[in-house]
Design a protein around this ligand. Structure first.
Ligand code: NAI
Ligand code: 15L
Length: 273
């Protein structure tokens, strides 16, 4: 974790949405080193504000509340939204309508850089025996992956039309450690997540760039060469967890869609009615 209170802060005010979630709680303490004021937002409880923090609870569906969030911020790290596969309507509201409100508010307030938490589920229907990169066509694996595909398209449109730059992070699996064999290929450590987000905020020119969020894992399905200009260099690896993950899941069923496809269990969820 980077922390040197004596260093000048590159950003005056950063906005972090989804700040009460798993990744939001991690980035809440890590992003402070990079800004004078960290504005935190979520629909869930954010606790008390620490020094240098500003709390602004908001539902992403609420256009006026989201508009207020973007006032006077230099850049946004947008993590807020539904983070798993499920029925369409809640995902439509939080992820699709909510992300639209965020970009509209960025446009109106002149905010020029967004880091968007997309997901590997934008390409979840590629197989685990394929290596892909972010220039290949999207193959979303459900409502959630579709909503993230929409978010990436919004990012592209707002860059082409209004010059708002975005790095869309197709995050793999960012947890304290890989929970299963699939995550040996998709794992992103919290320290590497911080490196990735800080690089995405700081790279001089990004246009709309798409980068897979993974550590330097020995096995991997994603080639990040097209996003080297971001300057993200992972320093962790899932390899030290390999033996434990194999012991937890000694046998895989090769006919199981969760084993075949990169999106794992998400690819077989639903239908919901
Ligand atoms: P999380 O579910 O723990 O956090 C998401 C946060 O968004 C929650 O605190 C929730 O209250 C908030 N939220 C949900 N709906 C909202 C709404 N309508 N208005 C305002 N806030 C709302 O998810 P996590 O793991 O922290 O992920 C953060 C982001 O990164 C999400 O966008 C997720 O899709 C994305 N991501 C995470 C991955 C991971 O491995 N943790 C992998 C790929 C993508
Ligand atoms: C995601 O997009 C989810 O937010 C996270 O909870 C994990 O399921 C992750 O993908 C994954 O694919 O492991």
């Amino acid at each position: 974790m980077t922390s040197d209170a004596a260093l000048p802060k590159p950003f005056k005010r950063l906005l972090l949405t989804g700040a009460a979630g798993g990744l939001g709680r991690e980035l809440r303490r890590r992003l402070k080193a990079h800004c004078a004021v960290l504005r935190l937002s979520d629909v869930a409880d954010l606790g008390a504000a620490a020094a240098g923090e500003e709390l602004m609870p908001a539902a992403l569906e609420n256009a006026a509340a989201v508009h207020a969030l973007l006032a006077d911020v230099d850049a946004v790290v947008h993590l807020g939204g539904i983070s798993v596969e499920g029925p369409f309507e809640p995902i439509l509201q939080a992820n699709i309508v909510g992300t639209y409100h965020l970009y509209e508010a960025a446009r109106k307030h002149g905010v020029k850089r967004v880091v968007f938490a997309s997901s590997n589920h934008v390409t979840g229907f590629y197989r685990q025996d394929e290596v892909i990169d972010a220039t290949m066509p999207m193959r979303p694996d459900g409502h959630y992956g579709l909503s993230k595909a929409f978010g990436e398209n919004l990012a592209q449109f707002y860059f082409d039309r209004y010059g708002i730059e975005t790095v869309s992070l197709r995050i793999g699996s960012s947890f304290p450690e890989p929970a299963d064999r699939r995550m040996l290929s998709t794992w992103l450590s919290y320290d590497d997540l911080e490196r990735l987000v800080v690089a995405s905020l700081s790279a001089p020119v990004v246009g709309h760039s798409v980068v897979y969020g993974m550590s330097d894992n020995a096995s991997s399905w994603w080639d990040n060469t097209p996003a080297r200009h971001i300057g993200y260099r992972p320093q962790d690896s899932s390899d030290r967890f390999r033996a434990a993950a194999m012991a937890r899941q000694p046998v895989l069923d090769p006919s199981d869609p969760a084993t075949l496809y990169q999106g794992g269990g998400f690819v077989a969820k639903g239908p919901y009615e």
